[in-house]
Design a protein around this ligand. Structure first.
Ligand SMILES: Cc1cc2nc3c(=O)[nH]c(=O)nc-3n(C[C@H](O)[C@H](O)[C@H](O)COP(=O)(O)OP(=O)(O)OC[C@H]3O[C@@H](n4cnc5c(N)ncnc54)[C@H](O)[C@@H]3O)c2cc1C
Length: 450
């Protein structure tokens, strides 16, 4: 099986490792860095900076613990730290791929036909013949035509690792996951932040109760929320930026950061030549096996137009590798996107899995909802941070856990318990009957499941 993979992000490199371990002859082409945008621009640097901001907040909290401490960001050290994390991850991914015998080519790939992939490298051109192809080319930040990005004061997330300086007053446009994470990050760095929110609350696709906790925290930190405002132009004058909104409102600051979604990297890939369908938005859709309309050409990760998460991209890559190698009959379990856990790395952290309470009500579905605040959790009180809650949604007839939300310290880790429950149809009693650690934040899961 000659398997050619275009793109070395989580989707591509996971598919490569798994397929090679199952005996495929794998070639993976990556034009930037193996690890993908996930390592270079998205998940890793953003969470590394958020961790630094988190430490600054911890210093503030140290006062509650009876300590006195102050902190200041050392930008050179911060840059080095992010680079060193990326380097370690890059080395670990490439070593794994090498150990499985994956051929990695540094270059740009295009489809030449259903079975041929052309590669342009610094040394010249090469044509590869494939029995199966995976398109895993990812996405990049969306830049509307009214946004004159200059990398200095008008930025996308990709120019923020870290930005040239801590903005005095940052205007963040977009209040989805990326917008709120960067709002959080810069407010912990000491920037004054204005968040332009197009709807009436932040995180419009999430549980409103969850969004409310985050809004309260933003307000406590004096983040200004400009609600119901759609940005329509950005102007830079000297060291100031001006953002105008469709309804006539305007806001000025020192920097502006655009967080208005992403666009797929499908242009120039040669999908038309290979007969692969690209939808109106540039995504390459696939069926439940991630096969495109050309059955031996697959798409995975952000380019597939499914949930844009590294974890989902990697899982798609794994499932595709198994499908390519014919493992479907025995062990193949279809990917259920509705059961993917996700997290928002703000403070407090937010994590969700499965069905949300509001979604179930809207669908008229009978559910049982149990909610427990962390203020009754011993460990949360010991840690001096009892914000947030655990909410578990279950089926009232069977007790099967259908979903849950966690807001609070460690939410991104704690949600794993509910993710395992949702994926495996465990019941609330299964959680209650598990002997958990005391004192621990996870005890609130047992309490909410009772
Ligand atoms: C700011 C930000 C933070 C995020 N944080 C998280 C997070 O905490 N957790 C999470 O799960 N998700 C997070 N995401 C989402 C996550 O980064 C993406 O879902 C993930 O990177 C998608 O993986 P992928 O394999 O599809 O693509 P990518 O990681 O984008 O990799 C695609 C690769 O393909 C290469 N490529 C493209 N075209 C070609 C070509 N023609 N030839 C050769 N190579 C090519 C690109 O260079 C790139 O390296 C975040 C996104 C953003 C924007």
């Amino acid at each position: 099986m000659r398997f050619v993979i275009i793109g070395g992000g989580p989707a591509g490199n996971t598919a490569a490792t798994v397929a090679a371990s199952l005996g495929a002859q794998v070639t993976m082409i990556e034009r930037d860095i193996v690890g993908g945008a996930a390592h270079l621009w998205d998940c890793i640097p953003s969470k590394a900076l958020i961790a630094t901001g988190g430490e600054l907040t911890e210093l503030d909290r140290a006062r509650v613990m009876g300590l006195s401490a102050t902190g200041q960001i050392d930008f050179a050290a911060l840059r080095e730290r992010v680079a060193s994390i990326e380097d370690k991850l890059h080395t670990s991914v490439t070593s794994l791929l090498e150990s499985q015998g994956v051929r990695m080519i540094s270059g740009t790939a295009t489809l030449l036909s259903e079975n041929k992939v052309g590669v342009t490298t610094s040394e010249g051109e090469e044509v590869l013949t494939a029995d199966a192809i995976l398109i895993a080319t990812g996405s990049r930040p969306r830049i509307p035509d009214w946004a004159p990005i200059d990398g200095e004061r008008v930025l996308t997330t990709r120019q923020s690792y870290p930005p040239p300086e801590v903005p005095e007053h940052l205007i963040v446009i977009g209040s989805g996951v990326t917008g709120v994470e960067f709002t959080h990050m810069f407010s912990t760095f000491g920037s004054k932040v204005t968040l332009v929110v197009s709807r009436q609350h932040v995180l419009p696709t999430k549980d409103p109760e969850v969004a409310a906790v985050l809004e309260a925290e933003f307000e406590r930190r004096e983040v200004r929320l400009l609600k119901g405002a759609r940005a329509s132009s950005i102007r830079r004058e000297g060291n100031s930026v001006f953002v105008d909104c469709e309804d006539g409102r305007a806001v000025s600051g020192s920097h502006v950061l655009l967080c208005v979604g992403s666009v797929p990297n499908s242009a120039g890939l040669g999908c038309d030549v290979a007969g692969v369908t690209v939808d109106a938005h540039g995504y390459i859709p696939g069926n439940r096996h991630c096969q495109t309309n050309v059955p031996h050409i697959y798409s995975a990760g952000d380019i597939s137009g499914r949930l844009p998460l590294s974890s989902v991209a990697a899982m798609q890559g794994r499932k595709i590798a198994e499908h390519v190698m014919g493992l479907t009959a025995v062990s193949h379990r279809h990917l259920d996107y509705d059961k993917a856990a996700s997290a928002i790395f703000t403070e407090p952290e937010i994590a969700e899995v499965g069905i949300a309470e509001a979604e179930a009500f809207a669908a008229g579905r009978k559910i049982r909802v149990m909610k427990v605040p962390f203020s009754s959790n011993a460990k949360a009180l010991i840690l001096g941070d009892a914000r947030g809650f655990v909410k578990i949604v279950s089926d009232p007839a069977t007790g099967v856990v259908l979903g849950g939300s966690i807001v609070g310290r460690g939410a991104a880790e704690l949600i794993s318990v509910l993710a395992v429950a949702v994926s495996n149809r465990l019941t609330a009693s299964d959680i209650v009957d598990s002997l958990l650690v005391h004192p621990a934040l996870s005890e609130s899961l047992g309490e909410a499941a009772t």
